[in-house]
Design a protein around this ligand. Structure first.
Ligand code: ATP
Ligand code: MG
Length: 246
């Protein structure tokens, strides 16, 4: 079982969109995949479950060991793709993790799933916290969407510093350009300088595309919504790059 995370300090950079599309493509490639929505806002559960309301179990039950992690798993409507929906009680996850003795709860919770699951995809909220630290440690590879702007690049730098502080392997962090809009001068400039700015990053650039926004309205992965679109092609290339690292 491999665990990957989509993570950034910055909000609204395309973490959830990437997590959902990559989890879907992985499942279609035949990997039993589990998407865990760690964001209390619950965006990725919403994408997968469409308009149907998904009720998540309470975090406290997991923490107390009353409910095994398997009971938190929902089947999506797609073959090979399950998910753990978010719950508003995940808001407290940070505080709870802080009370623990330094062991990595995320890793411990995932361990029993290793037989049935090939790939775990963690969709994280945008914060630098105990939760992010544990996620960054538990994940084998971490994918970081970066909008081609200085602000977004700056939060990528901060994340690298955080990783150094926490003695995380820098090589597990993989930035990639997200929501790129070539009509904008700055985006074009930073994309042209991609090899200098993100030398070890992934090469795939996820374009800013209305079909990705539509995903939110329809609750469907881009691959199903508009398979011939530039965005669907970009997510397929992103998945290929990610798969090579697993
Ligand atoms: N490639 C894209 N093109 C256009 N819109 C996008 C793209 N990716 C994401 N969006 C839209 O931008 C918004 C934020 O995207 P998303 O939820 O994936 O970001 P996020 O990083 O997970 O945000 P948060 O930090 O709030 O969890 C959403 O409305 C989404 O539909
Ligand atoms: Mg999100």
């Amino acid at each position: 079982m491999r665990t990957i995370a989509f993570y950034s300090l910055k909000g609204g950079v395309g973490k959830t969109a990437a997590a959902v599309n990559i989890a879907y493509l992985a499942s279609q490639a035949g990997y039993p995949t589990l998407l865990w929505d760690l964001d209390p806002q619950g965006a990725s559960s919403w994408y997968l479950a469409g308009a149907d309301e998904v009720k998540g179990h309470k975090l406290s039950h997991l923490l107390k060991g009353k409910t095994p992690i398997a009971d938190f798993i929902h089947q999506s409507e797609y073959e090979n793709l399950d998910f753990i929906p978010s719950h508003t009680s995940f808001r407290n996850l940070d505080v709870k993790l802080d009370q623990e003795d330094g062991s990595n709860l995320i890793k411990q919770w995932l361990a029993p799933l290793s037989e049935e699951t090939s790939l775990v995809v963690l969709d994280c909220p945008p914060s630098l916290s105990r939760l992010s630290e544990q996620v960054l440690k538990a994940a084998d590879e971490v994918f970081v969407p970066v909008i081609p702007t200085w602000l977004s690049l700056n939060s990528w730098k901060q994340l690298q510093e955080f990783a150094r502080d926490k003695k995380l392997k820098p090589s597990k962090l993989h930035p990639f350009y997200s929501m790129a809009d070539r009509r904008k001068g700055l985006h074009r400039e930073l994309i042209n300088a991609q090899d200098e700015i993100l030398p070890k990053g992934l090469k795939t650039i996820i374009p800013n595309a209305s079909v990705v926004e539509k995903m939110g309205e329809e609750g469907t992965p881009v691959e199903l919504l508009a398979p011939g679109s530039v965005a669907a092609d970009a997510y397929r290339r992103l998945w290929k790059e990610i798969n090579r690292l697993l």
